[in-house]
Design a protein around this ligand. Structure first.
Ligand code: 26Q
Length: 802
């Protein structure tokens, strides 16, 4: 362990070397850069050791393939995990610097859209904490998810230049680069296929250390960057007048890792997206095979040493790519290759939304990846044959289950067939996969299906983001909960302890004040920390029903206008959400929230009883401020639509009470905290399916019979909101004529649930009990537990501690 004196000495030296300035002259960036570089160097010792340890023991290693890793900032988490946070804070203090201030200058690594990417980041943290040999494999996008600004109430997207100031954490490993080949012609020679006339792209890996919690273990997150191959950029062509062409080629090739796609569901077959997927999958698999060969173990037993995890279908080409390498490069036959692949690969499904399922047009795919396409065709042929001969399926069933159909490749089917394990991300979600969405597959291969309920890392989402709460917890139950967050349950012993309750209350109050200050600074809105902080933070999607929330706020406003003296618990409704740039109705929902906010916040008649705040640029860092300050967590998706949700767990861990439908992991949260400590509303799973199946759901009845609903709907289109009458027509039409997500059907139930929230909140005893019960039962949602389940149930990997 580094002593304070050593730390100080190292820091002062680093600052001078890196910036060439004295501590007085150094800018905040210099101060950050020196500190971060130093922390990375501290981690580097263990990094090398860890890799040697894994190699020496020839233990099984996991490679988590994900097209997104939404890691956020690293400095504070690395300091905490290295056990150096207090040392750093004290040393900087002595130097007249502020650690929090310095840490805030780091740019978020925002290489993901939302839940799926953040889950991958939490999993990286947990694997390292548990000393499970597990590494990430993804893309080093030059631009992460766009930066959102709100201009005149509208979302406007700006590029996320996260690499501008260079990334301290990564190490470029140029010698580990591999070539990835696109296009070309498939040739056969001596019984082996190979490609000719391809367009090669150089994949250059950048490694980031993933520091385990005080365990001397450092795993690797490897992100690949696309580079033109030098010979492509051939100077001799210049003289032949192809100067501009050479640049175009380079630009074209490098576009592969230029930018993250900003939508979190599949829209249409974009060739660049397909290139991204094959690019990182092929590079990753080649890298794995290359280092596996150095181990000197038999390739036929690959699955004893390597586990490849496919995070949603985006990396599912790992299956045909591994087939290609085993057959074309290693000389295995089909059957043996297939058996190796299936034992090596496992797949997680994150959605049942059919529009999010990836399907690639055969025409485009086969041109870009001719050999991979051939292999997929063969996989499909053999699978269909099996369906007829082994499972006696009808032609219709076979058509439904085939990998290729209607001129498209169905990536989910490929992932299912080529993996030994398929898991959903919450119990309800897995049940829906088994009994509805993937029923055909479940029937013939039930043993492959299993559930792994998502989790979150308490090191980022509690210890780092809510240090005050962590302190109170440790004061009462000791610090064992940090190793095993299930021990948070011991807090229940203190649920009636007055002092404990007071301290929990004080922490929340402080966090709310901090958020209030943030809101004042960024939105210039004064909010009351005594009001209920009701937070709805997640991607903007119709199924997540931000619309239900804002329509209900409009109703509360109407109620107060009619009766300004009503005994009303003051509320601050806080939204944070990015919408996919091409998702018009989602963007209009942002405009609606901001329009209502303007109207409500400036109406003195309601005496500040309601405030509405839209915080721009939702990100990991903003979430770290929001979660600790929330009283109410909005988890109000249309039942069956949210696979799990993970924000729900973060809020709960920070003592917010959830208002929820019984969807995704809310079901398990309900089970943990019990009826009295969650506020449920809305349609059940059965009711939702019945409504879909009967095709009879109409909204006219609801509108006629509920004047609250009628009034807010009219206000959307009658000029009441002070904008063009046409502005929100699309939202009006979608809920009135095509209420796919049952916004109106659930309105009454939601309003009643909100009413209950108001009652509970006014009774401090009740509220604090609810908050504490939530914190105390959040431990089961630690991603450490989830990862242990993946390790024993899917990967068959052991811990390899020092
Ligand atoms: C696919 C093809 C082309 C372009 C984009 C995409 C794409 C990108 C991102 C499709 C889906 C995503 C992200 C999905 C996602 O975040 N799903 C969420 O995963 C969480 C972790 O399991 C769950 O908690 C959420 O319920 C689920 O919505």
């Amino acid at each position: 362990m580094v002593t304070k004196a050593q730390f100080k000495k190292d820091y002062l030296k680093k600052l001078t070397v890196k910036s060439g300035r004295t501590i007085e002259e150094a800018s905040r960036w210099d101060q950050y850069h020196a500190l971060a570089s130093m922390v990375r160097e501290y981690a580097s010792m263990d990094w090398v050791d860890t890799n040697n340890r894994y190699d020496d023991k020839a233990c099984k290693q996991v490679f988590y393939f994900s097209i997104e890793f939404l890691t956020g900032k690293f400095l504070m988490n690395n300091l905490i995990n290295l056990g150096l946070d207090e040392t750093a804070s004290e040393v900087l203090d002595e130097l007249g610097l502020d650690l929090e201030d310095i840490a805030s200058i780091e740019k978020d690594q925002g290489l993901g859209n939302g839940g799926l990417g953040r889950l991958a980041a939490c999993f990286m943290d947990s694997m390292a904490a548990l000393a499970i040999p597990g590494h990430g494999c993804g893309i080093r996008y030059n631009y992460g998810l766009f930066e959102q600004k709100i201009i005149n109430g509208y979302q406007v997207e700006f590029p996320d230049r996260w690499l501008n100031n260079r990334n301290v954490w990564e190490v470029k490993k140029a010698d580990k680069s591999v070539e990835v080949h696109f296009y070309g012609d498939v040739k056969l020679e001596n019984g082996r296929y190979f490609l000719e006339n391809t367009t090669p792209v150089l994949a250059v890996p950048y490694d980031t250390p993933v520091v385990g919690y005080k365990n001397d273990t450092v795993n690797t997150l490897r992100l690949w960057s696309a580079q033109a191959i030098n010979k492509e950029f051939d100077y001799s062509t210049f003289s032949r007048g192809e100067y501009m062409d050479a640049f175009k080629k380079k630009y074209d090739v490098e576009s592969i890792s230029q930018v993250l796609y900003p939508n979190d569901s599949y829209d249409e077959g974009k060739v660049l997206r397909l290139k991204q997927e094959y690019f990182f999958v092929s590079a990753g698999i080649q890298g794995i095979i290359r280092s596996f060969k150095k181990l000197g173990k038999p390739m036929a037993k690959l699955y004893d040493y390597i586990s490849i995890h496919i995070n949603d279908t985006h990396p599912s080409m790992a299956i045909p790519e591994l087939m290609r390498i085993l057959m074309d490069e290693e000389g295995f036959g089909w059957d043996e290759s297939w058996s190796i692949v299936e034992k090596t690969c496992s797949y997680t499904n994150h959605t049942i939304l059919s529009e999010a399922l990836e399907k690639w047009p055969v025409e485009m795919f086969s041109k870009l990846l001719p050999r991979i396409y051939m292999i997929i065709e063969e996989i499909n042929k053999r699978f269909c044959l099996d369906l007829f001969e082994v499972y006696h399926k009808t032609q219709e069933e076979v058509n439904r289950m085939a990998v290729i159909g209607h001129g498209e490749i169905r990536m989910a089917h490929l992932a299912i067939i080529g993996s030994h394990s398929i898991n959903g991300v919450a119990r309800l979600h897995t049940e829906i996969l088994k009994n509805k969405e993937l029923k055909d597959f479940y029937n013939i291969m039930p043993a492959k299906f299993n559930n792994k309920t998502n989790g979150i890392t308490h090191r980022r989402w509690l210890i780092n983001s809510n240090p005050e709460l962590s302190k109170v917890i440790t004061k009462y139950i000791g610090d064992y909960w940090i190793r095993d967050p299930q021990h948070l349950r011991e807090l229940m012993k203190f649920i009636d302890d007055k002092d404990f309750r007071q301290e929990i209350d004080d922490v929340k109050r402080k966090n709310k004040e901090a958020l209030a200050a943030y809101i004042l600074k960024h939105n210039n809105i004064v909010v009351n920390p005594d009001s209920i902080f009701d937070v709805h933070a997640k991607r903007l999607h119709e199924y997540k029903r931000q619309t239900l929330n804002i329509l209900h706020i409009m109703y509360l406003y109407n109620r107060l206008l009619k009766n300004p003296d009503e005994d009303f618990v003051p509320r601050t409704f806080i939204f944070a959400a990015k919408a996919a740039p091409s998702y018009y109705i989602a963007k209009q929902t942002i405009k609606l929230i901001n329009t209502v906010a303007d109207l409500v916040n400036n109406d003195t008649r309601i005496k500040d009883k309601i405030k509405v705040v839209f915080l721009e640029n939702y990100s990991v860092s903003l979430a770290e401020i929001l979660m600790p300050a929330a009283d109410v967590s909005e988890q109000i998706s249309t039942t069956t639509k949210e696979a799990s949700g993970t924000g729900n767990m973060k809020f709960m861990m920070n003592g917010a009470v959830t208002i929820a439908t019984l969807d995704g992991a809310n079901v398990e949260i309900h089970e943990q905290v019990g009826e009295d400590n969650i506020v449920l509303f809305g349609l059940t799973e059965e009711e939702v399916y019945e409504l879909y199946e009967r095709h009879e759901y109409k909204t006219d009845h609801i509108i006629e019979n509920d004047p609250r609903i009628k009034e807010v709907l009219d206000q959307l289109i009658n000029g009441f909101l002070g904008v063009d009458k046409e502005e929100f027509q699309i939202i009006y039409d979608s809920v009135v004529y095509n209420d796919e997500y049952f916004v109106l059907k659930d309105f009454d139930s939601y309003a009643a649930a909100q009413e209950r929230i108001g009652h509970y909140y006014t009774d401090e005893d009740i509220w604090l009990k609810m908050a504490i019960t939530n914190i105390a039962h959040s431990g089961v949602f630690s991603s450490d537990k989830t990862i242990q389940e993946y390790a024993s149930g899917i990967w068959e990997t052991d811990r390899v501690p020092k």
